[in-house]
Design a protein around this ligand. Structure first.
Ligand code: GUN
Ligand code: FE
Length: 447
């Protein structure tokens, strides 16, 4: 068990959940029926310690234990693309991103990048991530292998792109099998090899509609139907030029977003990055299909893509959560992403007021993101992003004294919102003293 200040959420995923805070709390962790290390109890030290008088307690004075963060959209092959200047999305892809992704055809480069990537996520307190790889199967195997070794909950998949990209990056055929067909066969064998192994999950990953043929999107949709519990990830409505291009290529669809629906790629467990330039019919389509948005504010600000419309999303009522979108995004740190989301929320609002509360920002990167992924324990499945009893025990230990300014400022906080705002505005990787992964509690590699 762990004694510290505790932060968690009152409900699993729905609504803008209320954050709970216990100044002197106790978190009790132990195996469930399947042997997963989960939260057994959480609450005030004085109460919970009486119910568990025998458990050994580790004390973290002055520290805050909070759920591990969930990154809903990030590209592991884009670590070295962060901060590359461009006038907008499409030139950025062509000049920096596509050439960089070419390096992942080499197994050793993929493995070395995967090691760095997973370590960097954990160092920043991210314990679950939905991740793009590249169009090379080697890149997918390398990332799954590394995540498995670190016991991380990680979801990734082979990038499907069979047109409108450099020859070196489009899916390659083999013998008389076309690149399109081979990419779908590779997707299926990667699902069979990795999906549901330990804490790993597979995501069918068309990069975005403009780089796939109708045949590839149709095949992806068929796989999504056949393997109903794998995830789907793509990009949509990020940038005006991208939208114009997508509309030219798929004129029969009602909108860019509707293109995905027309190919069977919208359902629960489908996560679409950006979702900026939507109308209410698009929002209703998100809601009605159970798809979710991965809001990527540092990326949208860096590439000048636009501002996610929180008011529109909440008015129509569809699911969303936060994402770094590294390397379009500028930081692995959930604190930087939450701060950028605050700026974005301010930008779009029509009603006066504070826009996004710090509790809502934090929820979007934890319990809210878990709900978007369908990892909130509904139907008895695994639950992450919270510390309610039954949740997998992935958590961060935050040190509010990590920097002189943080120490000075957090000492002045007189309520929870002030404390959380201080952490969001001033926090970065230095705030994360330790990241604990539930599986490592049973094999002894965590202390
Ligand atoms: N749209 C298609 N590919 C990408 C990508 O790699 N990053 C971002 N931000 N948008 C995309
Ligand atoms: Fe992206």
């Amino acid at each position: 068990a762990y004694r510290a200040s505790l932060l968690w959420f009152a409900t699993r995923s729905e609504g803008v959940a209320r954050a709970l805070f216990e100044q002197d709390g106790l978190l009790v962790v132990g195996p469930d029926a399947q042997g997963r290390q989960v939260v057994q109890a959480i609450g005030a030290y004085s109460n919970v310690s009486r119910q568990y008088p025998q458990v050994p307690v580790q004390h973290f004075p002055g520290r805050i234990i909070a759920p591990g963060f969930i990154d809903l959209h990030i590209h592991y092959p884009q670590i070295d693309v962060i901060g590359s200047p461009a006038s907008g999305l499409l030139p950025w892809l062509e000049n920096y991103t596509f050439p960089e992704e070419n390096r992942f055809s080499a197994q050793d480069h993929s493995a070395q990048a995967a090691t760095f990537f997973v370590a960097e996520l954990l160092r920043n307190g991210v314990t679950t991530a939905l991740t793009f790889a590249t169009s090379h199967p080697e890149s997918v195997n390398a990332l799954f292998t590394e995540a498995q070794a670190r016991h991380m909950r990680l979801i990734t998949g082979l990038v499907l792109m069979d047109r409108h990209a450099p020859d070196y990056l489009v899916n390659q055929g083999q013998g008389n099998v076309s690149g399109t067909e081979q990419s779908l066969r590779d997707t299926e064998s990667l699902i069979q090899r990795w999906h549901g192994v330990d804490r790993l999950g597979y995501a069918i990953t068309p990069r975005f509609a403009p780089t796939s043929t109708d045949a590839q999107l149709r095949g992806a949709g068929e796989l999504a139907k056949q393997y109903g519990d794998v995830w789907i990830q793509s990009h949509v409505a990020e940038n005006k030029d991208e939208i114009t291009w997508a509309r030219e290529l798929f004129p029969a669809s009602r909108s860019y977003l509707a293109t995905y629906d027309d190919f069977g790629l919208m359902r629960e467990r489908a996560i679409y990055a950006h979702c900026i330039h939507f109308d209410d019919d698009d929002r209703a389509l998100m809601r009605d299909t159970g798809a979710a948005a991965a809001i990527s504010p540092t990326s949208n600000l860096f590439l000048g893509s636009g501002f996610f419309d929180y008011e529109g999303a909440d008015r129509v009522g569809y699911q969303y959560g936060l994402a770094s979108d590294v390397g379009g995004g500028t930081s692995f740190s959930p604190f930087q992403t939450m701060l950028a989301a605050y700026y974005v929320g301010r930008e779009g609002q029509t009603k006066p007021g504070l826009s996004l509360s710090p509790q809502h920002l934090w929820w979007q990167h934890t319990a809210g993101a878990a709900g978007a992924l369908g990892l909130d324990g509904a139907n008895g499945g695994p639950s992450v992003g919270n510390l309610l009893p039954g949740c997998e025990a992935d958590f961060v230990v935050l040190n509010p004294q990590a920097t002189p300014l943080l120490a000075r400022k957090t000492a002045l906080a007189s309520n929870l919102d002030e404390l959380l705002f201080s952490l969001i505005v001033l926090g970065d990787d230095r705030l994360v003293e330790k990241t604990v992964i539930s599986q490592e509690l049973s094999d002894g590699s965590a202390r």
